[in-house]
Write a protein that binds this ligand. Structure first.
Ligand SMILES: [Zn+2]
Length: 103
């Protein structure tokens, strides 16, 4: 459990890129809670940008989607491996807005 959690944390951090801080906590149900924070927005604003999503792979995807959109909206030109998933992230966001529930 602990090993897989830190491995996932490293993977999330690597994919999110140098601007992000990726962290995984456990909630009361022992589910993973993915937290991605923006190091750039921490220094510029009083309130740091960050996102929290619980659940294993769903939580990972949801947190990473929000991070990808934050990067493209606020830090145009920033480099991060996760940006290759931008089209999928935008599509998933759109599906959520339309209330479409993927099975
Ligand atoms: Zn930011």
């Amino acid at each position: 459990m602990v090993a897989s959690r830190s491995a996932r944390e490293r993977k999330a951090g690597a994919e999110a890129g140098p601007l992000a801080t990726a962290k995984i906590d456990l909630d009361a149900q022992q589910q993973f809670v993915y937290k991605i924070g923006c190091t750039s927005c921490v220094t510029k604003n009083q309130s740091a940008w960050s996102t929290y999503r619980s659940g294993d792979d769903n939580g990972y995807l949801a947190a990473m989607d929000r991070w990808i959109l934050h990067l493209t909206e606020r830090h145009a030109g920033a480099e991060a491996p996760c940006l290759v998933y931008l089209p999928q992230a935008q599509q998933r966001l759109q599906e959520r807005r339309e209330g479409f529930q993927p099975s």
